[in-house]
Design a binder for this molecule. Structure first.
Ligand code: TYD
Ligand code: MG
Length: 454
């Protein structure tokens, strides 16, 4: 007789506790604990290969043989680069993104494009008819691509044993369930158990496994966040659902760098790789306007280029207004005071409005210089060239201070097609590297203004 045990799981971060709690001690969210039954039966061992019960002994590092070609090159160049130059055998890859962003499309496209790989595409979300329709839109025929509509993990393993695929795709991890756990599909304990079984499958059979995971804005669904430490690679698909472009980013990669960015365009026949990213910039920019500057910023570990807009006008009332959206108002006041006192611009009688395009909020000090450039551009009614981006913090005496992770910022700006970047001359170690982009180093705000507007 199986011993039934239940536990409470935070639906936001996966924290486990034997008793119900109002507030999660791990992520500080309120009312997120839900009881889930965790049936503790003896784990039924799924046979993936003959040497399943082999006992591991410590080996000297130099005795471990390198098996040679471990990466499978992919036809999809953007995905291949984001994964670190090809797909590593035996890796477990979590592919996250909001519903409707195009996750199923991208992976089905991968499955049909790789004609020399036998792919098993398991869907728990759509019927085989729907998948066929999608494949017809993509317009590639491939008889080595197998579709399985199944949500029971043990059945999936049985089918995989029979087909022996070279690549397994699971759409999505939230629909799977394992017989060994009683709670509902999509609950934290199911998601975690299924993922660790799939990890074991990947490691023992050397088949790379892609897991699709949904992220909701509220984080209500058992979030793929819980899985980030189990899997080898976490990639995320982003972009506005109404917008045609999609960005593919790496959040974690055990086999490569995390600052690669893949860009796709959603067209009528699936996702098109955007190999020359500056084409996006050219289509989105109309005329060169004054009061606009591009900042290179970091959001956590992710580099990002954002547009800063400023409007400077003569104050209509006695007290000038200073208002900003997405940027700290106190910091804006400080930057204006520096411009007034150190650089001699008379902004004391002007209204200053600042806006970060796209409605995002940024607290990276590296955008200071772009804020100053946008304000000066609007004040003088002179545009900043669209080819320039900026990244530097500004000190109280008007000096440019170095920023963190400059290399990643430069790589991102290069990828997005910028030609020049203005940084602080105090950022060390940049001179030695060869960048395609021109790097302009300045020490003070005055030098930047001279570079931008003359
Ligand atoms: P989908 O891959 O189903 O998203 P997810 O799996 O992340 O939930 O993508 C759904 C959207 O993609 C849908 O709104 C229709 C659009 N789409 C196209 O624009 N062109 C296409 O060729 C395909 C297959 C989908
Ligand atoms: Mg889908």
């Amino acid at each position: 007789m199986a011993k039934t045990k239940s536990a409470f799981f935070c639906q936001n971060c996966g924290y486990e506790t034997p008793k119900w709690l109002g507030k999660c001690p791990s992520c500080s969210e309120w009312n997120t604990f839900v009881e889930e039954i965790v049936e503790k039966t003896l784990p039924q061992i799924v046979a993936f290969s003959k040497n399943n019960d082999r006992i591991q002994k410590p080996k000297s590092l130099s005795d471990i043989e390198h098996k040679g070609q471990m990466r499978i090159p992919l036809k999809d160049k953007e995905l291949s680069r984001v994964l670190g130059d090809g797909l590593v055998k035996a890796s477990l890859i979590l592919f996250g993104g909001e519903p409707g962003i195009g996750k199923s499309t991208l992976l089905l496209q991968l499955a049909v494009k790789e004609k020399n790989l036998k792919v098993l595409y398991v869907s728990g979300e759509e019927s085989d008819q729907q998948i066929k329709m999608r494949a017809e839109r993509i317009g590639i025929e491939n008889e080595h691509c197998f579709i399985l509509t199944e949500t029971n993990l043990q059945n999936i393993f049985n089918q995989a044993e029979e087909i022996q695929p070279d690549l397994l795709i699971i759409d999505s991890i939230q629909t799977l369930y394992s017989n060994q756990i009683e709670s509902a599909p999509g609950s934290i304990s199911q998601v975690r158990e299924c993922t660790s079984q799939l990890l074991r499958y990947a490691k023992q059979t050397e088949v790379p496994v892609f897991l699709i995971g949904h992220i909701t804005k509220e984080g209500v669904l058992a979030g793929p966040k819980v899985l980030e430490h189990i899997v080898d690679v976490v990639i995320q698909f982003e972009g506005d659902r109404n917008h045609v472009y999609r960005l593919l980013r790496t959040i974690k990669n055990r086999f490569g760098s995390t600052n690669e960015l893949g860009i796709y365009e959603m067209v009528g026949s699936g996702l098109r790789e955007v190999l020359n990213p500056s084409e996006i910039l050219i289509t989105s920019s109309d005329d060169t306007l004054s009061g606009v500057a591009i900042a290179s910023t970091m959001e956590g570990l992710r580099p990002m280029l954002i547009e800063i807009q400023a409007l400077v006008s003569t104050a209509a009332y006695g007290t000038p207004q200073r208002s900003s959206t997405g940027f700290d108002n106190k910091r804006l006041n400080m930057l204006l005071a520096v411009l007034e006192k150190r650089c001699g611009f008379k902004l004391g009688t002007k209204d200053v409005f600042l806006n970060i395009a796209g409605g995002i909020k940024v607290d990276d000090p590296a955008i200071d210089l772009a804020v100053v450039a946008a304000v000066m551009s609007s004040n003088a009614d002179l545009p900043v060239s669209k080819e320039i981006c900026l990244a530097a913090e500004i000190g109280l005496s008007g000096e440019l201070r170095p920023v963190s992770r400059l290399e990643q910022r430069i790589n991102e700006a290069e990828k997005l097609g910028f030609k020049k970047m203005i940084i602080s001359k105090f950022n060390k170690g940049i001179e030695k590297k060869n960048y395609k982009m021109e790097i302009i180093t300045c020490g003070r705000i005055e030098e930047v203004i001279r570079t931008l507007f003359t």
